[in-house]
Write a protein that binds this ligand. Structure first.
Ligand SMILES: NC(=O)c1ccc[n+]([C@@H]2O[C@H](COP(=O)([O-])OP(=O)(O)OC[C@H]3O[C@@H](n4cnc5c(N)ncnc54)[C@H](O)[C@@H]3O)[C@@H](O)[C@H]2O)c1
Ligand SMILES: [Fe+2]
Length: 381
């Protein structure tokens, strides 16, 4: 038996933040990315709360790739005030912090289960609609995708006014995260018709609007579309899960601190090649692995469908490279890190082991061996 559900109520479109005027609580705690506060972006949220007579506390001790100690600090703060509602405002790091904080606060104080409203300020992770939170342990250079239904936010508010300030490089990183979520969910061994429909729409929006959104912060239409695509892809992978791109990207984040979406972009073309088994020297075959048909669908949606399976999958791989190039993203790991080639090679075995034990890898369409993962890490240097 399969099941599909969307656990989060989604408010979107013009003036979506108006939802905050009617949340029905008189006090809340806002867990916000520090940039959101220093830039004044948070006022879009607090003005609505002020207008509705809701008092609020602020927790801003949040950093990218949230580490365990920041989650512990958040738990202490939330339990101090026993707020009935938490509002997470920021990118995936702020939302993941809030999700983990709520979960652990509820474990320390059984029965304490504040409502969680997620307001993304990047268009990337889809964390506002997923039951995943990625927490890092810097002492061990590890990133852990935690997953449980009680981490899913009850509400998400998608308002593009909050993503206007995202600089081009972060738009590129987070946008490639969306594309990767959609494609990995689409070819996942756990995919289904519901997740597939959402993934296809997310791919279509990325094809139409990612570069436009990257090119112009003030293109509100493109930014709104990408904000919705991030959420659609989030719902898709929450149901279908992800694959080896994410399993491997988490290691690049933990060991080399490469921003998550950038790590995905560096890996995605190699993983399409690996999963499909289609290389530059491939010849037409009588049969292909099932993921090839899926990759061909993705290529068709992106308008790069070609003569046959081989040329179409190659065109999709080229298209992913093209997206990265257009948005001035690094083409190789060597351009994305300060570590030397020798230092990188010394990490490859450990990263391959981490990728194989990462929960995202379990639904990859091809079961990888350690030697194969090592080769892929080496090839993307
Ligand atoms: N929970 C999930 O389902 C899920 C899925 C994928 C990734 N993740 C995790 O999410 C994290 C990445 O999240 P992210 O890509 O959204 O980045 P992020 O939250 O780490 O933010 C990246 C940078 O963007 C800045 N920023 C955020 N909003 C901004 C705005 N409106 N204007 C200007 N700058 C802004 C932040 O201050 C930060 O410096 C990683 O830890 C990743 O592993 C979680
Ligand atoms: Fe991701």
């Amino acid at each position: 038996m399969k099941e599909f559900h969307i656990g989060t109520q989604i408010y979107f479109g013009e003036s979506a933040l108006d939802r905050l005027s009617e949340i029905g609580f008189d006090r809340v705690i806002i867990l916000a990315d520090p940039f959101v506060v220093t830039s004044g972006l948070v006022k879009h949220v607090t003005d609505k709360l002020d207008g509705a007579g809701v008092s609020y506390a602020l927790f801003t001790d949040i950093v990218p790739d949230p580490p365990v100690d920041k989650v512990i600090a958040g738990v202490a703060e939330v339990l101090k005030g026993k707020y009935p509602c938490m509002i997470a405002v920021g990118g995936g790091s702020a939302i993941d912090t809030a999700k983990a904080v709520r979960k652990f606060a509820g474990q320390i104080e059984p029965g304490y289960a504040p409502r969680l409203i997620a307001i993304p300020t990047t268009s990337g992770t889809g964390s506002e609609v997923t039951s995943f939170a990625v927490i890092s342990n810097p002492a061990e250079d590890k990133k852990y995708p935690l997953c449980s239904d009680d981490m899913m936010p009850e509400e998400a508010i998608l308002d593009e006014v909050l993503v206007k300030s995202v600089p081009a490089a972060i738009t590129a990183d987070t946008g490639m995260d969306v594309m990767t979520h959609a494609i990995e969910a689409y070819v996942s061994t756990n995919n289904n018709e519901f997740s597939g429909a959402l993934a296809e729409k997310a791919v279509e929006i990325c094809g139409q609007f990612l570069i436009r959104s990257w090119a112009d912060n003030n293109d509100a239409h493109a930014r709104r579309k990408m904000h919705i695509a991030a959420c659609l892809a989030g719902i898709a992978f929450n149901s279908a899960s992800l694959g080896l791109v994410h399993g491997m990207a988490h290691q690049l984040g933990a060991h080399l601190h490469i921003p998550h979406g950038r790590a995905c972009a560096l890996l995605l073309p190699s993983l399409i090649e690996y999963n499909s088994g289609i290389t530059t020297s491939s010849r037409s075959q009588a049969e292909y692995p099932p993921c090839v048909r899926k990759y061909c669908n993705v290529a068709r949606i992106l308008g790069v469908s070609n003569f046959n399976e081989i040329t179409t999958v190659r065109a999709l791989i080229s298209y992913v490279h093209f997206l990265s190039q257009e948005m001035h993203m690094p083409a190789h790991i060597s351009e994305a890190t300060n570590v030397s080639h020798e230092e990188y090679l010394a990490l490859v075995e450990t990263m391959a082991e981490g990728a194989l034990s990462d929960s995202c890898t379990a639904t990859n369409p091809r079961v990888p061996t350690k030697a194969e993962v090592v080769e892929i890490y080496k090839a993307i240097w």
